[in-house]
Design a protein around this ligand. Structure first.
Ligand SMILES: [Zn+2]
Length: 575
């Protein structure tokens, strides 16, 4: 009996799977498309039906069915397995029943809590009226599963116990708090609050945000906290979760941008208004993990924040991070003092317009500074200090040139001093941090010999050794140790089930698609490999010669000189 993984792969062709998520076109016996995981104009994302694998030669991501879903949906392997099992109708056996049942009980418990809060809301006309007053339609309240926590100390706890859950299980979800005083009793964390369930990227509820409902909340001891959140739990990490992400992700991918708003209400209202690529952080600032999830789906972020308050200051850190992550960042401009929810309540179309006419962040920031500072000199200093660093963050020279020109115009300066300042910032950064991340596309660590070896292995797998008579002359020790064993296994006619090998085969297939005589190509590769091998040997031997001279060891010297002569004669024959 084959495993569920094998069954899924047998039932669902990888081309069909990937094609259901992005556009592919035929390229010989393979398929190609624009990579969903990095920005590119010409396709370097390939799918091989023969090998049932995909690989992007731009960002070097690749793998099988499961890795594709993991990357695309931003989920762990277990979730990718579940998603594909559902799609193919393959039944999964229980693996690790202990962990699985614990996790399932956790999700079931939270689901029970959502239903409980929803049923409370159904009874409370006044709370529903309040939500309507804020502008939320009933169907959106239902969609986002908004509920209500009554101003009672043990209402939820009692309900969950009656459903068969234990005190410590409920405590683990963060829904109750353990009393500090002696006897071991618990009370509900959320009381007199409108409850917004927080879902993970596949839509399962993992926590809550509760907003105080003033009418009930007066006598609650935490009433001064307008919003409270579920604390960190094994299944809820606020530094990773984005509110609304599960509902927004496909639209974020389609539009190639996400709209970042400040609160749950903004997200719900935005979706109600038809801008369904809106998400929000909850209970934390924007983190690198949030940005990683978004980066997989989009190249651009549009921030909407309140310019009046500390809003801009709070958003700055997130914006800095996003720009450094390579996002194209834009600002959604709203009337002073209004948040998205206000605007949408008044006029949904105005929100749509504001989002679609978002402006480049640097331009927006220049305007803000200009509107606050009248003195020219001070303006100039502020811009150089605060805006120029953003220009330095931009990856594209064309973009940089554009903004230098724009700034020079606004500051009534020539471009030259700005370029000087910009270059100073850039070189200061280079000196201060050496761990500059390498371009994922360009692997500079590979030598010419590495590349030749990879081509040979790839060609060997994609063409088969029966079609490559010249391979008979190839010696395993010509390869570097990393690939020697691979050559021996493949050369002996065995298959290696490994993404690295499959990727090499795909690359060779693409590179030699038009080759007329494939064995001739192989012959040339082998000749080059042998030359590289001999050059390496010559280098090694000359080191040995120098060492023997230093140590005065005559015997070693004679042996090494002899070796050197042999290798260089051999190399001369190959030239
Ligand atoms: Zn890619």
């Amino acid at each position: 009996m084959s495993t569920p993984i094998e069954q899924i792969k047998a039932k669902l062709d990888i081309v069909e799977l990937i094609q259901s998520h992005l556009k592919l076109e035929k390229a010989g016996s393979n398929f190609k498309g624009r990579c969903p995981f990095h920005q590119e104009k010409t396709p370097s994302f390939f799918v091989s039906p023969a090998r049932q694998m995909w690989h992007c030669f731009g960002c070097q991501k690749g793998g099988d069915h499961f890795q594709f879903i993991q990357e695309l949906e931003n989920v762990e392997f277990a979730d990718a397995l579940r998603i594909l099992a559902e799609r193919t109708g393959i039944e999964l056996k229980k693996e690790d029943p202990q962990a699985r049942s614990e996790r399932n009980r956790f999700y079931n418990l939270l689901e029970e809590a959502v239903l409980f809060y929803e049923s409370n809301l159904a009874r409370r006309t006044d709370v529903r009226d309040y939500l309507r007053e804020r502008g939320l339609k009933d169907e959106v309240v239902k969609q986002f599963r908004i509920g209500y926590a009554e101003p009672k100390w043990e209402a939820l706890l009692e309900h969950l116990i009656s459903k068969g859950f234990k005190n410590d299980e409920v405590e683990k979800t963060g829904l109750v708090i353990k009393k500090e005083s002696g006897e071991s009793r618990y009370y509900d964390r959320f009381r007199a609050r409108v409850m917004f369930p927080l879902s993970d990227s596949s839509g399962r509820v993992v926590g809550f945000t509760g907003r105080i409902f003033a009418k009930d909340g007066e006598n609650q001891k935490d009433a001064d906290a307008k919003y409270i959140n579920t604390p960190q739990t094994p299944f809820y990490d606020k530094s990773k979760l984005l509110y609304g992400f599960d509902r927004a992700k496909s639209e974020i991918r389609r539009k190639n941008y996400a709209v970042l708003v400040e609160g749950q209400m903004d997200v719900c209202m935005s979706h109600q208004a038809g801008v369904t690529n809106a998400v929000a952080v909850s209970g934390t600032a924007l983190t690198g993990s949030h940005l990683v999830s978004l980066r997989r789906l989009a190249d651009q972020l549009r921030f909407s924040f309140d310019m009046d308050r500390a809003g801009l200051l709070a958003a700055r850190k997130g914006i800095d991070l996003a720009i450094r992550e390579g996002f194209d960042v834009k600002a959604v401009i709203l009337p002073d003092g209004e948040d998205p929810a206000d605007v949408i309540k008044r006029e949904p179309e105005e929100w749509k317009r504001a989002v679609s006419s978002a402006r480049p962040f640097i331009e927006f920031y220049l305007d803000i500074i200009r509107s606050k500072i009248k003195d020219e000199r001070e303006f100039r200093n502020k811009v150089i200090k605060h805006v120029l660093p953003y220009v330095a963050d931009l990856a594209s020279d064309v973009e940089r040139a554009h903004w230098i020109k724009e700034m020079a115009g606004r500051l009534l300066l020539s471009e030259e001093p700005l370029w000087n300042d910009l270059n100073r910032i850039i070189s200061a950064r280079k000196n201060s941090k050496k761990e500059d991340r390498p371009d994922p596309g360009a692997d500079n660590s590979k030598t010419r010999k590495d590349l030749i070896e990879e081509r040979i292995l790839g060609l060997l797998v994609s063409t088969g050794k029966d079609n490559l008579p010249s391979i008979a002359d190839c010696r395993g020790d010509w390869f570097s140790p990393a690939r020697r064993a691979m050559f021996n296994i493949i050369g002996a006619g065995s298959a290696i089930d490994d993404h690295y090998i499959k990727k090499l085969a795909l690359a060779s297939e693409l590179a030699y698609a038009d080759a007329e005589n494939i064995d001739l190509e192989m012959k040339q590769l082998l000749k080059n490999l042998k030359k590289e091998f001999l050059r390496e040997k010559l280098e090694e031997t000359s080191l040995k010669i120098r060492q023997a001279e230093r140590e005065g060891s005559n015997d070693a010297l004679i042996v090494s000189l002899d070796e050197f002569k042999r290798f260089s004669e051999e190399l001369n024959r190959e030239q």
